[in-house]
Design a protein around this ligand. Sequence first.
Ligand code: ACO
Length: 456
Amino acid sequence: MAATVHSFIKLLLDFYYYLLNKVFVFPSLEKLWVIDLRTFRPYSISINHNAVQATEFRKISPLGITASPQDHIAKGLTLLDPGFRNTAVGESRITHIDGNRGLLQYRQYSISYLVTHHDYEDVVHLLVWGHLPTLDEKLNFRSRVAKQMVPDQSIIRVIQAFSPDAPAYLIVAAGLTAWAASDPDSVPVYRGYSIYEKDSNAVDEGIYRSLAAFATVVAIMACHQQGKPFTPHADPTLSTIENMLIMMGRPHDRQAASALNKLWILFADHEITNSTAAFLNATSCLSDPISACVASVASGNGPLHGGAIDLAYKRFKQMRNKEGVRKHMADVKAKKTRLMGVGHRVYRTIDPRIPHLHSIMADLETNVSQNPLLDVVLEIDRTVAEDPYFTSRKLSINADLYSSFAYAALGFDPRIFTPLAMTARCAGALAHWRESMNQPPCLWRPRQVFTGEVAS
Ligand code: ACO
């Protein structure tokens, strides 16, 4: 009893001390006030851009005020956030998403404006360098990427060593690894020092090289899957998409070039998604960007992320028709499986890319309407909009549902859908990388809450 009274008085004194020293000095409304009920000690934490610094929570400690400051920090509060549901890993000026209003902007331009008035190259320039390019900047960008689109023979041999039926994203990861290995001077540790940190020229070279490597590796793989010979093509007057299509054996395919330009604008960036985070996790250690692309491919091919494009299309085939959709829905609602192409971590109303996908599909109307799986997709769309299982959880269709359909309408093999989507997203990851390279290096190293036993 005496101990309880003593500790209560001590807490009151702590609180009084705190009020005197902190609260009444420079009060600010941009603060979060936290009272730790274990100690009744209040803390003030600054709010900036509607965010608080997680490290500020380290000062919240169960120890008495008289304990040493080091002990306070050692016992400071940790934020537990499995899956980063509410944790920002940095500040960015690139992409703004408002999930409730279904808004997506790159550097203050809405994707509707960009899809209508610009092409993918413009958008990559916008994302990476912060403004839409002048004609000279665009031509320069185009030729700098094309110059790098010439693969070393070792890369082609690595890709061709795989079975054409091997998972395409793994082939892409291997091809990119071979690309980085064929240019070891771009790898910091191999070269013996940091290359990219605060060196915007080296970063820009890394960006051209990575964009070229991604598109070329995907083209080599597409040829390998189809049993076609691969011929490099790096015309500096053509866009990356045009050079890639030519290397895939589709020269003069204006329809595919136009649709890919639109599709890839929609997928060029999406804040710090899972695969972009994997990329930035690697570059936070100052790794080279192509190695980081490999990390993003490893992460992006999972069924809950980029792999959903591939898997969604596989599921459409398994469902075959409306009746198949109804049966599959029963499994989904019984939680035996997830409905691919549905749900999104950020969008809770509408995925703003969907109307544009509809318009791309309208442009490809002939091929789309001939696809027997159209009924399946429309039935999924209808069910998700109406069924309480989905509406009560604010689950709506995501862009992957229709993007797989658009790729199919363009005549791409389903095995390559995910690698194509990853090629588009490479631009966004590189933009975030460039942004991060202008800031002091900060190793990404999450913490854990240890719940096991500690040996004595
Ligand atoms: N099918 C059925 N139920 C779902 C689905 C789905 N696709 N997505 C979420 N749910 C349910 C969950 O079971 C959960 O139900 P509960 O509240 O009864 O437990 C609830 O909705 C919330 O689910 P979470 O897992 O918390 O949602 P989260 O935001 O973590 O997941 C994700 C987002 C991973 C995209 C999820 O919706 C999903 O798995 N979708 C299918 C895969 C897909 O299409 N991925 C592509 C996303 S877009 C992209 O990456 C390019």
